[in-house]
Write a protein that binds this ligand. Structure first.
Ligand SMILES: Cc1ncc(COP(=O)(O)O)c(C=O)c1O
Length: 486
């Protein structure tokens, strides 16, 4: 186990040399009033440069990540993203910008915001967009806030939002956050929305439907036009959770299907890794009719200049400080410009091809409850393994870690028992997919012959099986007595 950085610390060690700095340094009391000066010493580790570099390099290999190996975490799109976009986003002209700089000095950045909104509108077939939301769920929140305002301004009291039981979990929480009550819609035997249930529940007290498409079973909602027609017929709005746009991009556009609002996870589809707590970007795009409700400021191009415009009386206001997570926006812009339409279409084709290749192979040994052509991901089930060999999905997931691969998403969606939600992504090679299948089949073999090795997995990771419930209920991110906080 890698020791704490404090364990390397010895008084007087230095990791930097700053020539001449002592001469130029002002005394703290010359800069700040004495009352505001720190009263005690700062407890910082004193280490050499090689020690600190090795420490963080060693730490970086303890956790799994996309640069290490396969990461088929369903619904999270942990794909390999081109490093060139990281390089471009960290160019000093981008990374040293301050959002309060005069606009004459930030025209290039504004052009990127303006053009990316246009590209995204074209990709999803909508009229206008905002890049302000900082995550997919934040995009959902922004969308439902707009729905709320839309109905309030029309003098309509609509209290409910319909959410299919195959929706992403953030959908109901976004709806509840703005005080809508949610009504659950049943899935049918094919894993799509039960139209009869929708017809029975849609009426003029319902503001609309939030539809995850593809849904969390990785299936395209084939009756999407009829679904939208039913909701629109009662005056409702239809929100598409488009977090998994890598399944549709270049081939199908939410706007053409009739959706009113969609969010797009730039940090999944457009070249920023998902996970790790952000930063992200949950851009949303809307129809012309909903455009007035978009957050302010909007980026405009007027009289040959880019500018921020605040004068939109129906806007829901701001949803984030400044204008969105700019580094993510630059990466997405580069990704779209670099790939072009043909490249973006290849993203969707490969995401779907890889998922269906894995689904077909894995279903030889594992149950796949909705075993038909899927989009970018599919959901297998460990129920048979549990029933026949006493091995749970969690055991299978933990055993995968011993082979150097990340586990799929487990126990989600809730409508599949012992779920293993697998998303290979568009960036993996056939060889990697075959290696994953080989490992899963070995685990299947172990389940029959030596289930104990699964029950006690993982065996070779830096930490063994953790008590995840305790980790959630009793959060303690401070390690050891050596760490003192000031
Ligand atoms: C279908 C779907 N909707 C919403 C979200 C929420 O996005 P975020 O994690 O950026 O809040 C995700 C996350 O990946 C998702 O897969």
């Amino acid at each position: 186990m890698e020791p704490l950085i404090f364990n390397y610390s010895r008084p007087g060690k230095w990791g930097v040399s700053l020539p001449g700095s002592e001469r130029q340094l002002s005394r703290p009391e010359d800069i700040l009033p004495v009352a505001y000066l720190r009263q005690s010493e700062l407890n910082l580790p004193e280490v050499s440069e090689p020690e600190i570099v090795r420490h963080f390099t060693n730490l970086s290999t303890l956790n799994h990540h996309v640069d290490k190996d396969f990461y088929p975490l369903g619904s999270c799109t942990m794909k390999y993203n081109p490093k060139i976009n990281d390089r471009l986003a960290s160019l000093s002209g981008f990374s040293n910008l301050h959002p309060l700089q005069p606009l004459e000095t930030t025209q290039g950045a504004l052009q990127i915001l303006f053009e990316l909104e246009k590209y995204l509108c074209e990709i999803v077939g909508m009229a206008a967009a905002t890049l302000q939301p900082a995550a997919g769920s934040h995009g959902e929140l922004t969308g439902v806030m707009m729905m709320k305002k839309y109905f309030r301004e029309r003098g309509e009291e609509r209290r409910y939002i319909l959410i299919p039981d195959s929706a992403h979990g953030t959908n109901p929480s976004s709806a509840c956050s703005v005080n809508f009550a949610t009504i659950s819609l049943k899935s049918n035997a094919q894993g799509c929305i039960d139209l009869e249930d929708l017809r029975a529940k849609m009426n003029k007290t319902v503001a609309g439907l939030m539809l995850t498409n593809p849904n969390t079973l990785g299936l395209f909602e084939e009756q999407v036009e009829e679904i939208i027609r039913i909701v629109h017929a009662e005056g409702g709005l239809v929100y598409m959770d488009g977090a998994n746009l890598n399944a549709l991009i270049g081939y199908a556009r939410p706007g053409d299907m009739g959706f009113d609002i969609t969010h797009i996870n730039l940090h999944k589809t457009f070249s920023t890794p998902h996970g790790g707590g952000g930063p992200g970007s949950g851009a949303i795009a809307v129809t012309r009719g909903l455009e007035p409700y978009l957050p302010v400021p909007r980026v405009v191009f007027e009289n040959g200049k880019y500018a921020f415009k605040y004068d939109y009386p129906h806007s829901i206001g701001k949803v984030l400080g400044f204008y969105g997570n700019f580094g993510i926006i630059v990466r997405a812009y580069c990704y779209i410009r670099m790939l072009g339409l043909d490249g973006l279409k290849a993203v969707a084709r490969n995401a779907i091809l890889n998922a269906n290749y894995l689904r077909t192979k894995i279903s030889e040994r594992f149950e796949v409850p909705y075993n038909r052509v899927c989009m970018h991901e599919f959901v297998a089930s460990g129920e048979k393994h549990h029933r026949e060999y006493g091995v749970k999905t969690l055991d299978i997931a933990k055993r995968l870690l011993d082979f150097g691969m990340h586990a799929p998403t487990v126990y989600f969606p809730l409508i599949v028992k012992e779920a293993l939600m697998i998303e290979p992504t568009e960036t993996e090679s056939k060889e990697t997919l075959d290696r994953f299948v080989e490992i899963l089949f070995k685990i299947d073999e172990e389940a029959r012959t030596n289930p104990e090795i699964l029950h006690s997995a993982p065996h070779v990771t830096p930490v063994r099986r953790l008590d995840e419930l305790k980790a959630n209920k009793d959060l303690n991110v401070c390690w050891g007595k050596n760490v003192q906080t000031n």
